[in-house]
Design a protein around this ligand. Structure first.
Ligand code: AMP
Ligand code: MG
Length: 317
C-alpha cells in the first residue's frame, strides 16, 4: 500500500476514492468532506479503526459517533423500531445536515455508541462523501476531524493542520457549504427532542414530521454535548450589536492587545460557513480577543449562537 499519510488528495478523482477505500479497509483513518464539517472517518464494521478515532482525537470513549450511510434504504440495516415521523423527516431532509437518534440494530457495534442501545445516523449531502459511501458495502463513522474540544475543520487544510500524519489521507471536497455541525434529533421517544442545533431548523422539522419538538438542555442533552467546546486559543467575547463590539474594540486595543470583530450583518449562511475558518485565522494571527456579534436566533442562528456560547465558555475553563 502507498503511504500518503497526511496528504490531501482531490476527492473528485476516482483514484483518490479507490485509495480511500483501500486505506479504510486496512483500518486507516481518512479525512472526509461533508457539507457540515470535515470528518475523521473509519469503517463502521471495523472496531479497531473506530478505537483509533477516539485515540487520535483524544475523545472520551463515551462520546458516541455519528454513523454516515449512503442512502435511505440502508436505514433498516442499522436501526430498528423506527417511528413513522422519523422516516418522514429522514426521507425529506436526507441527504442533508440532519442526524437522527434511533434504536440500534445488531449491525451497530458497541464502539460506535459507547455501548448505548441507540445510534446516531445521517446521510451527508456532499458529492465526495456520497461517492465514497457508494463504493463501500458499509457505513462510515465520523466525528469532526479535529482534536477533542477544538474548532471543527471546514476545509482539507484544517484537517492536516490539526491531525498531521494521524490521518492517512484527506479527500479534498472544497470548503464546507454549511460550516457547522448537523442538527441532532432524538427520535427514540414519541416526544422528539433536539439535542444539538444545526443546519436544519426546528420549525422545518416540526412541519415535515408533523410533530412538536422540545429543545433539550440540562441532563437530557446528548452525551458529549458539553458547555465548553468548539474552542479556539483566543478569547471569544459575545456582543449583541456591532456598536457594542466597536466600543469593546477600542477598550481592548487601548490595552495594546490584538483584537478583531466577527460580524456578518445577520447573514446567517455566511456566518455559519465562515465561523470556524475565522476563529482558526484569528489563532494563526495570534489575536488576543475575537468580539463576536451574536446573530439573531432561529434557524441557523441557533446553531451559530450555540457554538459561539461554547467557544466563549472555554475562555473561563
Ligand atoms: P460529533 O461530536 O459532531 O461527532 O457529534 C456526535 C454527537 O452526536 C455526540 O457527541 C452525541 O452528542 C451525539 N450522539 C451520537 N450518538 C448518539 C447516541 N447514540 N445517543 C445520543 N446522542 C448521540
Ligand atoms: Mg466535533
Amino acid at each position: 500500500m502507498q503511504n500518503h499519510a497526511g496528504q490531501i488528495l482531490d476527492g473528485n478523482l476516482s483514484t483518490s476514492i479507490e485509495l480511500a477505500v483501500d486505506n479504510l479497509r486496512n483500518d486507516l483513518l481518512i479525512g472526509l468532506p461533508t457539507e457540515t464539517v470535515y470528518g475523521l472517518a473509519a469503517l463502521a464494521s471495523h472496531p479497531k479503526a473506530i478505537a483509533k478515532i477516539f485515540e487520535v482525537k483524544a475523545r472520551p470513549t463515551n462520546h458516541p459517533l455519528i454513523l454516515h450511510i449512503a442512502d435511505y434504504q440502508q436505514l433498516e440495516k442499522w436501526a430498528k423500531n423506527i417511528p413513522q415521523y422519523a422516516r418522514n423527516i429522514c426521507e425529506h431532509f436526507w441527504p442533508g445536515p440532519l442526524t437522527v437518534i434511533l434504536m440500534r440494530s445488531k449491525n451497530v457495534c458497541d464502539e460506535i455508541t459507547g455501548k448505548r442501545e441507540t445510534v446516531a445516523i445521517r446521510i451527508p449531502n456532499h458529492k465526495v462523501a456520497l461517492s465514497l459511501l457508494n463504493s463501500l458495502n458499509d457505513g462510515l463513522v465520523a466525528p469532526s476531524a479535529n482534536r477533542f474540544g477544538k474548532v471543527s475543520p471546514t476545509c482539507a487544510k484544517h484537517v492536516v493542520d490539526d491531525l498531521g500524519d494521524d490521518v492517512s489521507l484527506v479527500l479534498d471536497g472544497g470548503i464546507c457549504e454549511i460550516g457547522v455541525e448537523s442538527t441532532i434529533i432524538d427520535c427514540t421517544s414519541n416526544s422528539p427532542q433536539i439535542l444539538r442545533s444545526g443546519g436544519i431548523s426546528k420549525s422545518d422539522l416540526e412541519e415535515i414530521g408533523k410533530i412538536e419538538i422540545a429543545q433539550s438542555d440540562g441532563d437530557s442533552r446528548a452525551p458529549g454535548m458539553l458547555e465548553k467546546h468548539y474552542a479556539p486559543i483566543c478569547r471569544v467575547e459575545l456582543l449583541d450589536s456591532l456598536q457594542q463590539a466597536m466600543h469593546r474594540l477600542n477598550e481592548i486595543s487601548a490595552q495594546g492587545l490584538a483584537v478583531e470583530i466577527l460580524d456578518f450583518n445577520d447573514d446567517l449562511e455566511m456566518y455559519a460557513k465562515q465561523l470556524y475558518a475565522r476563529l482558526r485565522l484569528a489563532d494563526d494571527r495570534q489575536i488576543h480577543t475575537v468580539l463576536a456579534v451574536m446573530p439573531s436566533s432561529g434557524g441557523l442562528g441557533d446553531a451559530i449562537r450555540d457554538r459561539l456560547i461554547k467557544a466563549c465558555a472555554a475562555n473561563y475553563g
